[in-house]
Design a protein around this ligand. Structure first.
Ligand code: GDP
Length: 303
């Protein structure tokens, strides 16, 4: 828990610090709500999620006839917990032999790093892992994965001449033959507005399904928490194009914008697709990827 607190230090200082100052024990009044609104907005919770949280908070205060700001702080934590708990749906590696995960996201979001962390995480759970270096645009991405794979004894399937669909198709077939549990397929970083690249990734999706009907079983979108509200837009766009099944929210350690997770939760509430946060990234080292736990997350942010 301390490690998570350290990882979330920046958001903790920004959000938690200001909240502690606000919740000093005085009476609850309109000024408090206004200040709270400002704090939430500057932590990238976003306009709509902020309104939602404040409404929920007000009704909680009314219902329990809360009087002072110490009670209000607990009420806020409870309100946040209600909002964030639906995001907490851990990745379940089902026995698909192999379970195929396709990683997507914009360049620099932390895809390659997350693949490495994820491979370790799954191995620690006793799963065998194979990585498909499907980012055929950047030779550096392929090399990075290969070096990482050698060091960690994870097989990486790559090809110099690059059709991503072919590389990933090979990887899935190879995993089937070798009875590997999980294939993690990298894809080139792209913006949702780059339509030809979105078409390409849809092709990858179709080809994976040909190799193993029903696959990919997880389309994991990697989002950089630093990008704040922009991450929400990326989520919408990628989901529309591909049908995202889970999120990895990276670099929460480097940002005061951790509130974006509340914006994501609120987006889920308003839309038909409920996309959970499978993992959060709170540092650069290999075990800084952890399953999202709403309760621990809130406790790490607010004392
Ligand atoms: P890609 O382009 O999406 O593959 O991004 P990379 O995996 O190469 O990551 C870009 C940069 O972000 C690298 O310097 C990573 O070390 C860094 N990074 C990724 N995840 C995290 C994280 O959770 N915390 C921090 N502090 N840095 C991260």
């Amino acid at each position: 828990a301390q490690r998570l607190k350290n990882g979330l230090a920046k958001t903790r200082q920004q959000l938690g610090g200001q909240l502690s100052a606000l919740f000093g024990g005085g009476k609850i009044d309109e000024d408090i709500y206004e200040e709270l609104e400002t704090i939430l907005l500057t932590s990238d919770v976003g306009v709509s999620a902020t309104q939602h949280l404040l409404e929920q908070l007000r009704s909680r205060v009314k219902k329990h006839d809360l009087q002072d700001t110490i009670a209000l702080k607990q009420a806020l934590k409870d309100t946040l917990l209600d909002l964030l708990t639906p995001l907490q749906v851990p990745l379940e590696v089902k026995d698909h032999q192999p379970f195929v995960m396709m990683m997507v996201g914009v360049n620099g979001a932390g895809k390659t790093t997350t693949i490495g962390k994820l491979a370790k995480y799954l191995q620690a759970q006793g799963k065998s892992v194979l990585i498909a270096a499907g980012d055929t645009f950047r030779a550096a991405a392929r090399e990075q994965l290969q070096v990482w794979g050698e060091r960690n004894d994870v097989h990486v399937i790559a090809s110099e001449s690059g059709d991503p669909a072919a590389v990933i198709y090979d990887a899935v077939n190879s995993a089937m033959a070798r009875k590997i549990d999980v294939v993690i397929a990298d894809t080139a970083g792209r913006l949702p507005t780059q339509l030809h690249l979105m078409d390409e990734i849809k092709k990858v999706q179709r080809v994976i399904d040909k190799a193993l009907p029903g696959a990919p079983h997880e389309i994991l979108l990697v989002l950089d928490a630093n990008t704040g509200q922009n991450a929400v837009n990326q989520l919408k766009a990628f989901n529309e194009a591909l049908g995202v099944t889970g999120l990895a929210l990276t670099k929460l350690d480097g940002t005061a914008k951790g509130g974006v997770i509340a914006a994501i939760a609120h987006l889920n509430q308003q839309s038909a697709s409920k996309i959970p946060v499978r993992f959060i990234g709170v540092g650069e080292s290999i075990d800084d990827l952890r399953p999202f736990d709403a309760h621990d997350f809130i406790d790490a942010l607010i004392d």
